[in-house]
Design a protein. Sequence first.
Length: 367
Amino acid sequence: MHYFIYPTQDTWISSGSSKIDGTSFKDQNFGRDQILEVKKEFFNSSFDHPTRALVQFSGTDFTELSKSVADGTITNPTYFLKLFEAEGNAEIQGDYTLAIQPISQSWTEGTGKFGDRPKNTNGCSWENRSNPTGGTEVAWANSGATVYTISSSTQTFSNQSADVEADVTDMVNMWINGQEENYGMLVSFSGSQETDTTTFGHLKFFSRNTHTIYQPKLEVRWDDHLPCTGSNTGSLNELTMSGLADNFLYMRGLREEYKEGERVKFRIGARKRYIQKTFSNSVQTVTGSFITEGKGLYAIKDVATDEFVVPFSAYTTMSCDTNGMYFNQWLDGFYPDRVYKFQLKLKYTDGQEQVFDDDFEFIVKRK
């Protein structure tokens, strides 16, 4: 299964200053910006300063995630930080690496924007982790956000989309196991790439304040499927999976609407496409079939964008019980008032694959 939670706060911080009016960014807050900037600024062909992004996943959703791991509802999960680029990465050279590090001090998102004049210092910045209006500023132990030196992650890019999909499993496990406090993640260019004169770049990612469907998210993946073997298959017949077979998959009992946060068992019908007719004095029924273990998968797309929300993967294998094929999907993290559709896949024994895309659509409604 793929399951999503969204940030409770995010922002970006800058160590530079305006080349127009000299305004220092070191104490300026950008917590209400719709964009998170991770960049290296150059001035007169010389390196000037870097910026970094901060993202935190906490609150009720993270607490529920931790409980589900502790009670065994979620088993052996992997965790991925996903950020979506807001603009093309034309200013990025072919190869670069991003570092994702666990932040070691609390911080406040703030209420500022890059374009604020006079500048807004209410919230975290390069120098301060908190600076409440009318209160006392609280500095980072180290400017630019203080981090733990353990459980960091990296993602290397080579002439590809700047979208981030970084494995942060060690970091999230550290938080869930109580090894360190969860203060979120710091995203920056890795090591010397942040300050050298050979790596160039200006990355812009959507923040949680975006008015799009591309806000950052923590994606949880785990294999929850029940194997299609032994007593799980009951009296069902096994679907022929040679390349010459002509099979048919369909959704059983799919509703038009589901509620935001609903957790659903979706049923799949599996049979030969054409049923051989015989003459009989009794009522004829179509006997359901089960799919050979590991050969049936599902995916979910956003209809408007035609992009995968849940792609075919090792975490979307169909399950089986005596009533037929099925899979579970938690609709937490699916944007409400949008239309989604299922795709179903068969993997045949000769290596061929068949995808069923027959408008298996549904809408997620707000609670």
